[in-house]
Design a binder for this molecule. Structure first.
Ligand code: GDP
Length: 200
């Protein structure tokens, strides 16, 4: 499951501009600020691999990174900019939904959930939408280092509450992994998980 090399392949404006080969791919999705860029950089152990997609509100792009010349990590636009106008949100949904519905080489969506905050409606809605459309997903909880042992809500509480809410809307139990790009928690587990899904 080792990552030996990572190549940035392309940014696509539209789902139909994505690479046309059928190498398996994993799509990273989550609220803006969830820690998606940090997670990608930490997975591939390179700084700023995921910089290209950083600017909120900029042209929405689907970024393909080829790992070990054999599979893709795909960085999708973040959703839920707090102050985005309604039209931008609509853009996100038609744009990203177009990708999900037509991408046959998609192995699984890695849905990133910030474990340092209580469950957010927009994340639950997103999981619900993916579930209803039979798109396989893995919950990747981010920022699990935050508030450990401190006062107030802990990541474990937030994760437990999220899973409980998911159980009420969705009959499956997607696999889930706890990560922290600060401590390195979950890196090996996530890489192993992806390699198992690829060979399935
Ligand atoms: P993106 O918008 O989803 O790409 O999020 P970023 O990767 O830019 O991260 C957003 C903010 O969360 C930044 O201030 C990061 O330093 C912080 N962050 C990201 N991952 C972690 C993490 O695992 N632990 C902690 N404590 N902070 C994180």
């Amino acid at each position: 499951a080792k990552i030996k090399e990572v190549d940035f392949v392309k940014s696509s404006n539209r789902p139909k501009d994505c690479p046309k080969d059928d190498r398996p791919e994993f799509a990273m999705l989550g609220r803006s600020n969830v820690g998606k860029s940090s997670l990608i950089n930490f997975l591939v152990r390179k700084r700023d691999v995921a910089l290209t997609s950083k600017k909120p509100g900029k042209t929405q792009l689907i970024n393909h990174f080829l790992v070990n010349k054999s599979w893709y990590i795909v960085d999708l636009p973040g959703y839920g900019f707090a102050n985005a106008p309604e039209s931008a949100r609509m853009d996100w949904s038609s744009f990203t939904k177009g990708y999900f519905m037509n991408r046959e080489s998609l192995v699984s969506v890695l849905l990133l959930i910030d474990a340092s905050v209580p469950p957010q409606k927009i994340d639950l809605d997103c999981a619900n939408w993916l579930g209803r459309n039979n798109i396989p997903m893995t919950f990747v909880f981010t920022k699990c280092d935050k508030m450990k042992g401190g006062k107030g809500r802990r990541p474990d509480d937030n994760i437990r509450d999220f899973q409980e809410l998911i159980r009420q809307i969705y009959w499956q139990h997607p696999p889930w992994i706890m990560t922290s790009s600060v401590t390195g928690l979950g890196r090996d587990e996530l890489l192993l998980h992806m390699s198992q899904l690829r060979n399935y």
